[in-house]
Each structure stands twice: as structure tokens, then as C-alpha cells.
Design a binder for this molecule. Structure first.
Ligand SMILES: NC(=O)c1ccc[n+]([C@@H]2O[C@H](COP(=O)([O-])OP(=O)(O)OC[C@H]3O[C@@H](n4cnc5c(N)ncnc54)[C@H](O)[C@@H]3O)[C@@H](O)[C@H]2O)c1
Length: 247
């Protein structure tokens, strides 16, 4: 059976939503998890997982701050000597029709969703390269492929992650590092609950399974790609959208 037993793993944006489910499921599978988030509630998420027997700790890290990222990585290396898995999950939306979208709304989304992934991966990649092993999985989105009204900024980042994934897979391959991404469809989290009700309705209507996805369903997709057994899968984007978009 595939899993991540004994692996040391960073999950960005792990305080809630899909990231929280990834932390829970990776811990159940025997990983040691560093939960990174800007929210203090990351500590509560960790406490709950520890109560259930998980090996997890919170690091309050803003992925757009290189100092904070480098320090977080150094602490993990000091304690465990390795980082096997990096889950680039943290991401935000700042939706606005393009005419009304401000430069600030554009920049914020690019900064967190793309520059953040650059910074974290840049800090972890050399460690994996030295170890000649690694799994890097980043959060793309169905809307990076299909686009969505009011999401020019978000869709640009999620399509960018697909290109990043493909390019880095060519560099990591010879060191035993696989680089993949996951493109979820509509998943029930705080991110989607913020959307206008009519937008949620029309998103769910597009799904042949006739429901939104759950964070756990996406976390299991991450678990598979993060496992040692997924060793020949490299450079892909796995679509987990209930059939809303077939590519
Ligand atoms: N929910 C969906 O339907 C859906 C669909 C496709 C893709 N995604 C992607 O999946 C990922 C997780 O989405 P979610 O729905 O769980 O979102 P969410 O808003 O519930 O959680 C995102 C987490 O990221 C953290 N975060 C934000 N900025 C950060 C920063 N600078 N540094 C560290 N942490 C930061 C937040 O504090 C939060 O805990 C995102 O990248 C999102 O774009 C979500």
C-alpha cells in the first residue's frame, strides 16, 4: 500500500481547508509534518492532530518572506536532517472583474500564489538534490485551465504553476526529485465559501458527480503523488474535479 511513512514533509497553508486535510492524512500515513501558515490557528490544527497521534509541528511562516522561509527550512534540517516532501498548497483569491481589478489585487495574488512557491521551492530544492530524493507537489486549479470570470490574476498563477511544474520536473528528474501539481475543481473550503452564491451554484452544476469535492478527496490525491510508489510520475498536473473539465 502506498504512503508516506517516515517522510519529513512541509505543507504550506496547512491551518485550514485542503492544507489541513493534507496534514491530517499525511500524519495518519506516518509522516512528520511541518505545518506552515500565517494564521496562528495553525497551532490549534497541530494540537488536534497531535491528540490523534500525529507527528506535526507549527511554524508561523509567510511564504512571501524569504527570511522566514529560510529560517523555517533551517529549523527542520537542524532537527530532522532532511525534507522529503514539499506540498506548495498555500494560495489566495482576490477576485474582481478585469476592468475593476487593481494592480494591488493582481500583485497580491501573483506574490503569494507564484512568488511564494518560487521562494519555498528554491529553499528546499537543493536539500532534495543533495539527498537525491524528493517529491514537490503544488496547487494548481481547474481555473488555471478553464479560466473563470473575475479571476484573471488567480487563473494566471494557477496556469503558471503548471509551467513551473513541467520546467522543474526536467531539472529534478536526474536527482530523483519528481515535480507535479494537482488541479482541484470546486472544493468546499473557506476560499470557495467566500464566493457569491450564484457562482458556487454554477460551479457545482458543472460537476457530473453533482456535488462539490471535499478537502480529504484532494488530500488523498496529494498522498498518492507524494508517495515513493508514484516514482515514475513526473511533470504532470493531476485533475481532481469530479469530471467538471476533462483534459
Ligand atoms: N477550494 C477550492 O475549490 C480550490 C480549487 C482549486 C485550487 N485550490 C487551491 O488549493 C489551495 C488551498 O485552497 P483552500 O481552498 O484550502 O484555501 P483556504 O483559503 O481555505 O486555505 C489557504 C491557506 O493558505 C494560507 N496562506 C495564505 N497566504 C499565505 C502565506 N503568504 N503564507 C503562508 N500561508 C498562507 C491561509 O492562511 C490558509 O490557511 C490554494 O492554493 C487554492 O488556490 C482550491
Amino acid at each position: 500500500m502506498f504512503g508516506v511513512k517516515g517522510q519529513v514533509c512541509i505543507v504550506t497553508g496547512g491551518a485550514k481547508g485542503i492544507g489541513k486535510a493534507i496534514c491530517e492524512i499525511f500524519c495518519k500515513s506516518g509522516a512528520t509534518v511541518a505545518l506552515w501558515d500565517i494564521l496562528e490557528s495553525g497551532q490549534q490544527t497541530c494540537n488536534k492532530i497531535i491528540e490523534e497521534g500525529g507527528d506535526i509541528f507549527f511554524q508561523k511562516i509567510n511564504i512571501t518572506d524569504p527570511k522566514s522561509v529560510d529560517q523555517g527550512v533551517a529549523e527542520i534540517i537542524d532537527k530532522y536532517g532532511k525534507i522529503d516532501i514539499l506540498i506548495n498548497n498555500a494560495g489566495v483569491i482576490k477576485d474582481r472583474s478585469f476592468t475593476k481589478m487593481s494592480k494591488e489585487e493582481w500583485d497580491t495574488v501573483i506574490d503569494i500564489n507564484l512568488n511564494g512557491i518560487f521562494l519555498v521551492t528554491k529553499a528546499v530544492f537543493p536539500i532534495m538534490k543533495k539527498a537525491r530524493y524528493g517529491r514537490i507537489i503544488s496547487a494548481s486549479s481547474i481555473n488555471g485551465f478553464a479560466g473563470a470570470f473575475g479571476q484573471a490574476n488567480y487563473a494566471a498563477t494557477k496556469a503558471g504553476i503548471v509551467g513551473f511544474t513541467k520546467a522543474l520536473s526536467k531539472e529534478g528528474g536526474k536527482y530523483g526529485i519528481t515535480v507535479n501539481s494537482i488541479a482541484p475543481g470546486h472544493i468546499e473550503t473557506d476560499m470557495t465559501n467566500k464566493m457569491p452564491p450564484e457562482m458556487i451554484k454554477s460551479a457545482v452544476k458543472m460537476i457530473p458527480l453533482e456535488r462539490a469535492g471535499t478537502p480529504e478527496e484532494i488530500a488523498y490525491a496529494y498522498l498518492f503523488l507524494a508517495s515513493k510508489e508514484a516514482s515514475f510520475i513526473n511533470g504532470i498536473t493531476l485533475h481532481a474535479n469530479g469530471g467538471a473539465l476533462t483534459i
